[in-house]
Ligand binder design. Sequence first.
Ligand code: SF4
Ligand code: SF4
Length: 206
Amino acid sequence: MNSQYINWYKKIEKALFSLFKCFNNLCSLCYTQTLKQVYEGSRKKRKLWCCCLIDNQVHDYWPQLNIIQSRIDKKWYSKLQTKKLSLWKSMPGEGPCPALGAKGCMLSHCRPLTCTTQLCEKMLFILNELSITNVAYSSPLQIEDIIKVPDIAESLCNIRAKTKIVLEKDVREYLDAVTSFKDKLAKTDSITKENAILKSITLMEG
Ligand code: SF4
Ligand code: SF4
């Protein structure tokens, strides 16, 4: 695996994490609401439950993820096993993801591609409420479905059967597009954004 590609992938990941941070406490509210609904035995709106509680991206992306994570720390997976979240009952779907710990995701770099590039239904709803996008929010979208970015992410983390050559200018273009999109969200009025975040959580109510 190409070290330069991994470094570029980390830069893209950092830019996207910075975008996700602009959703403030959304993920924490989503997590809490999910656990509340699990406790209450809700069967409705499960599709909107916290992605880390119902998905298992670590195993879905195992071949690529293991190669990248093993380069960072050969014992990465066994470490996850000792700290992963234990729940009092099983979740629908494949979750919880083994990388989910008490303080969120335990993978600080090179997470599975979907965790890095996907915006969930609640995020899309918030972006629409703030007039930043006008997209359908019935299902998650990838960042490339929302803004124009070069098609390089899969090649950088080596999940394409035939990896295409990525140039530094493509990475720069990708980073600029994400940063400019993030700036729009960062500049929105804080109360309006907070209201949109709270409203997005009501989507989860049955
Ligand atoms: S479903 Fe969306 S809001 Fe909930 S934890 Fe996942 S990314 Fe965050
Ligand atoms: S790898 Fe991290 S962000 Fe992705 S599903 Fe697992 S816990 Fe969530």
